[in-house]
Design a protein around this ligand. Structure first.
Ligand code: PGA
Length: 347
């Protein structure tokens, strides 16, 4: 029963609490399910998201205090004056996935400079609620692995060769990386495709070699400005994903991360809008669903990359299919990277 004279906000809170709460009376089940579906639609969550039957407390605030909702999707429903405390869940699909913020240092930082940056990073991200990865040049890997031992920072490389060993001057194998304690590897970055003749096929070979060697690949896909303007973004990204994953087993997929990186947004300061990022990240999840089934798709971490920075991170990471970011420029500044990590923790 709604207490007489309850403020509008409180009435809404009452409904949400009542209909999401485990303690709902049985006879109200169908009404509760109807309400749940409506609520899910309003919050832009999938119906399963609220099917978990978890308690959701909404603490209405009075006066002029404004506390932001913890997730942008909820902000529209509780624009102000409503503070929402989630007890584990409303389970959005998103919260079942690992959010990963990965720095991609590219060809920056000598080992000495890396040391300085990592010592700033360690305290700055120590309370992260998401996985934090730094992908660094080969020459910084030993420093990074040594310095991050016992911290929450994971280390990745920026490329890996597809053969196990042999006459491939200048290349680095998966075994060489895992032996150092490296966990992740960026594969198929657009700069590799553009300047070093990487193709979808080499991306696929490197992905399989990385997985076989025990590394977690972060596979980069994305369109150029021309391709976006020609309207082929989705087809192109679908093709890149399909070829990259050709021959990857469902079990191996659990260690795969896909990063959507529109080429026109990389290092240019032009960011895809949150809606553009969401659209393509959702398309990536869809194609993975077609290949491996719904559950696998729901568990896949899909990142956005391309001029993500402290200002735009929260909006991008708040989108339902954007599970993290691959960060170039802003990963070279500990304070900026830490703000993005915080945004992922909220998003
Ligand atoms: P950027 O780079 O953040 O500097 O645009 C992203 C990337 O290339 O991974």
């Amino acid at each position: 029963r709604i207490p007489a004279g309850a403020r509008r906000q409180s009435r809404r809170a009452f409904y949400v609490k009542a209909f999401l709460s485990k303690g709902c009376a049985r006879r109200r089940v169908s009404e509760r399910n109807r309400r749940r579906r409506l609520l899910a639609r309003r919050l832009k969550l999938s119906p399963q998201a609220t099917d978990e039957n978890r308690v959701c407390h909404i603490i209405p605030l009075t006066g002029h205090i404004r506390t932001p909702a913890p997730h942008p999707a909820l902000r529209t429903t509780f624009p102000r004056g409503g503070r929402l405390i989630m007890e584990g869940v409303i389970t959005m699909d998103k919260q079942n996935r690992k959010a990963i913020i990965a720095g991609n240092w590219k060809m920056n930082k000598t080992a000495t400079e890396a040391k300085a940056l990592i010592s700033e990073l360690i305290p700055a991200v120590k309370d992260a609620g998401c996985e934090v990865v730094i992908c660094v040049p080969f020459t910084d890997l030993v420093t990074a692995v040594e310095m991050t031992k016992g911290t929450n920072i994971h280390v990745g490389a920026e490329n890996v060769h597809f053969e196990k060993s042999g006459a491939f001057t200048g290349e680095i194998s998966a075994d060489m990386l895992t032996d150092l304690g490296v966990e992740y590897v960026v594969i198929g970055h657009s700069e590799r495709r553009q300047y070093f003749a990487e193709t979808n096929e080499t991306v696929n070979k490197r992905t399989k070699a990385a997985l076989a060697g025990g590394l977690k690949p972060i596979i980069c896909v994305g369109e150029s400005l021309d391709q976006r303007e020609q309207g082929v973004t989705e087809e192109l990204v679908r093709m890149q994903v399909k070829i990259a994953l050709n021959g990857v087993t469902a079990d191996e997929l659990k260690n795969v991360v896909i990063a959507y990186e529109p080429i026109w947004a990389i290092g240019t300061g032009k960011t895809a809008t949150a809606d553009q990022a969401e659209e393509v990240c959702a398309a990536i999840r869809k194609v993975v669903g077609e290949l491996y089934g719904e559950d696998a798709a729901k568990g896949l971490t899909v990142q956005y990359g391309g001029s993500m920075n402290p200002k735009n991170a929260e909006e991008l990471l708040g989108k339902p299919d954007v599970d993290g970011g691959l960060i170039g420029g802003a990963s070279l500044k500990a304070d900026q990277f830490a703000v993005i990590v915080d945004a992922a923790t909220k998003g």
